[in-house]
Design a protein around this ligand. Sequence first.
Ligand code: N2P
Length: 363
Amino acid sequence: MFRRLLPLLALLLMAVPAVAQERVLNVYNWSDYIDPEVVASFTRESGIRVRYDVYDSLETLEGRLSAGRSGYDIVVPTSEPTFARLLRAGALRPIDRAAVPNWANLNPTLMERVAAIDPGNRHGAIYLWGTVGLGIRVDRVRAALGDVPFDNLDILLKPENAARLASCGIMVMDSPTDVLPSVLRWLGRDPNSNAADDLRAAEQALMGIRRHVRAIIASSSILDALATGEACVALTYSGDVIQAATRAREAGRGVEVGYVMPREGAQLWFDMMAIPADAPNPEAAQQFINFLLQPDVMAAITNQVRYPNAVPASRPLVNEAVRNDPNVFPSAEALSRSFVAGTPPREAERLRTRLWSRFKAGR
Ligand code: N2P
């Protein structure tokens, strides 16, 4: 009996060092935010296996990371507030530029914008960026509202419009961080205000449409609901809407999805590739960042997820339809009206969280 098991045992022993040597990269990224083929080709090229987890809101990401020992090597927080807060808490590791030669491919003007919170850009490189706006079912909204201009948040936030659209499905992504600034801007207030009366006004605006809102759910579920036609107006991230539009078109069931970038000024955000201070495999993380910063790799990602990147040399390699889509690459004029969220102090953050619970509960 034992004799027969011996060869098996020998085989197992031989396999142990191989397993111990296997290199693993633990990635925690947004959902629907990469071309899976890119991950596969990184593994083929480097021999590093990728364990890939996803989140769909900054609140989820921050909750997971602030406990420490997340076990991740790569995370992708938005520059403000999440990346800024993690940085301040000492939760991010400086990136060794010598290990990331493709850093030179990054657009210096865009990187300058995030240098204000990360002097010298020591802890993060821009992965992708985009705006917050509305995904709409164009025909349904046209039928319900008539010939109004489809270029601002009136569609969602004016109670009379929301009442007309309620039956076809209004949804809002479950993220006070990425929703409140746009509501404040629509009200003509400072999108980054932490003043109690501004936040109260934002709450009133949201409560004014609450009974017409079908769902306040994770951004990943909003993408699905837009693609199937279950949502006819949804406040979410730009590229998610464009991905939903593509899926809806491919499904061929007559669902036509459009993106509305708020004319009053859209929230603009930058998502940063960063390495947690306690990352188990920071060398592999740097290798991965370097891999992603290649122009052809970045072009593949933008083509797939419909968000612009920060590698200008990728631009000629992006499909023409994507390259010329002003919802993917906003015009200079639209950008000049946009704003970037700030980092609310603790007390204001508490007010925002409480306000959001009341909005979700509807009272
Ligand atoms: C991807 C979500 C976009 C990231 N599904 C928002 N910062």
